[in-house]
Design a protein around this ligand. Structure first.
Ligand SMILES: [Zn+2]
Length: 242
């Protein structure tokens, strides 16, 4: 196991039966492990592939079982490891149609930073997370189900980026939100304003999440929210809108 892999590897967290939060470089990924194969939600920053592979092995699976990688949004801490993950697996790639051109390299990544000083400080980190682009095989739209099984629904929740999506695992009541919400120190809040493209849209997107049926929320950077998850999201939506 290489230095980076050891540095970033943490034990997997079981979110629900067969659903795990795995460590990666710069963020976490969610793995949905089923008999037919594994769906990975996000791919971490550059260098994540061996870290994710170690996580999959720790839950009794492996990278070659991954047949779909879904990106919640295009930010490098979620997509920088994508090309290497595809190389290690036979996975196809899915993302919202508004994110696809950025992920596959056909469009320039918009500057994620809303604050110039903050941008100067973190730009080298963003560059270090960035990896080679990779083609997107499935361009997703709001309300559609992932092209695997019939269980995972795409919920378009723009704000953090225009094509940010949540994934609703309908059979186990898990809502995977990527960076569309934060759960810092046990407190649920809207996406981080300094790296959110259109903060005004967040209110509508949180309202949309509040209308879904789920018991647990999984994040890109925080531990899962398990207690009163739906009520907590509804309260945030209510508070945020009035
Ligand atoms: Zn992000």
């Amino acid at each position: 196991m290489g230095f980076l892999t050891r540095l970033f590897s943490k034990p997997p967290v079981e979110i629900s039966a067969g659903v795990y939060q795995l460590s990666a470089v710069g963020s976490t990924v969610t793995a949905i492990v089923e008999d037919q194969g594994v769906v990975l939600v996000d791919a971490g920053g550059r260098g994540s592939a061996p870290v994710i592979a170690a996580g999959l092995e720790a839950v009794g699976s492996s990278m070659d079982r991954v047949n779909l990688v879904v990106l919640t949004h295009h930010h490098p801490d979620h997509t920088g490891g994508l090309a290497a993950v595809i190389e290690m697996s036979s996975a196809t790639v899915a993302a919202h149609r508004l994110e696809a051109p950025i992920i596959n390299g056909n469009a320039k990544m918009p500057d994620p930073h809303q604050n110039k000083l903050f941008a100067t400080v973190v730009r080298p980190m963003v560059a270090a997370m960035s990896g080679p682009s990779a083609s997107v095989d499935h361009e997703l739209d709001d309300g559609e189900f992932l092209p695997i099984g019939d269980d995972i629904r795409v919920v378009h929740t723009p704000a953090h980026t225009p094509g940010s999506i949540c994934l609703l695992l309908t059979s186990c009541g898990v809502l995977i939100v990527g960076d569309a919400l934060q759960y810092r120190s046990g407190r649920l809040s809207p996406p981080a304003a300094m790296v959110t493209q259109d903060a005004a849209q967040a209110l509508d997107s949180i309202g949309k999440m509040a209308g879904l049926e789920f018991d647990t929320v999984a994040f890109g950077h925080f531990p899962p929210l398990r207690d009163n998850a739906r009520e907590t999201v509804r309260r945030l939506a209510g508070g945020a809108s009035g």
